[in-house]
Design a protein around this ligand. Sequence first.
Ligand SMILES: Nc1nc2c(ncn2[C@@H]2O[C@H](COP(=O)(O)OP(=O)(O)OP(=O)(O)O)[C@@H](O)[C@H]2O)c(=O)[nH]1
Ligand SMILES: [Mg+2]
Length: 235
Amino acid sequence: MAAVPPLPLRFVMSGTRVDDLPPTRGEVAIVGRSNVGKSSLINSLANRKNLAKVSKTPGRTQLLNLFELPDGTSVMDLPGYGFANAPAAVRAKWPEMIDGYLLGRANLHAVVALVDAEVGPTKNDQQTLAWLRSHELDVKVVATKHDKVKPSKRDQRRRDLAAGCLLDPKDVLWVSSAKNVNIDELRARITEWLAPVADWHPPAPTRKQRAEARAAASVEPPEPVDEYDDEDEWN
Ligand SMILES: Nc1nc2c(ncn2[C@@H]2O[C@H](COP(=O)(O)OP(=O)(O)OP(=O)(O)O)[C@@H](O)[C@H]2O)c(=O)[nH]1
Ligand SMILES: [Mg+2]
């Protein structure tokens, strides 16, 4: 596709709780296993080297990192799940932080779930996809590190990876931050997922609130009380 200009992302802040984050007009979050390439992808989208912190050591990103675009929409870089080299005390807080964010963030338009093109999806990836889908999140699967898969193996990998994610191969975008593959396409798609922003309304109930409402609604209703036991009255 034609070149798409870099997304002019600006780092806003790092937080540990969704409530610490300022509201934005619409957000796309990047999730995935530690080391899958989330922060690298944010740098590629922005065409910046060190906007998000990248490292060979899994567990580099340890907080909710918010990046904003000039129109008030935003992209979230999350810590990775799975193996992480972060201190146990930090790691222990991650599920709460990430789940709390994903369920509690207002205006979360889409979740970009990254899967390693060479090895994915792992069991952990599959569990995450199932969890995200069960919470009605709009999940977009993107395969990273396309450059690491030998050209002769790509077709088969494409099919296997998509099947493992319960998707058709055409529904998985393959990218490489290292070799700038499909980064233009992802920029265009993210811009699309962040729209529309013009008719912004106050935050709707969060997924967590909706899940609680569903749980409350699924409680067995009490047996109806038959107040009219004398049928004759109705004849
Ligand atoms: N070959 C190749 N390596 C990549 C690519 N994208 C990222 N990497 C490498 O993968 C490693 C992890 O990248 P990060 O972007 O820090 O991964 P992350 O998902 O943010 O990791 P955490 O912050 O630990 O969750 C780094 O060594 C990157 O250089 C890619 O497209 N191709
Ligand atoms: Mg990272």
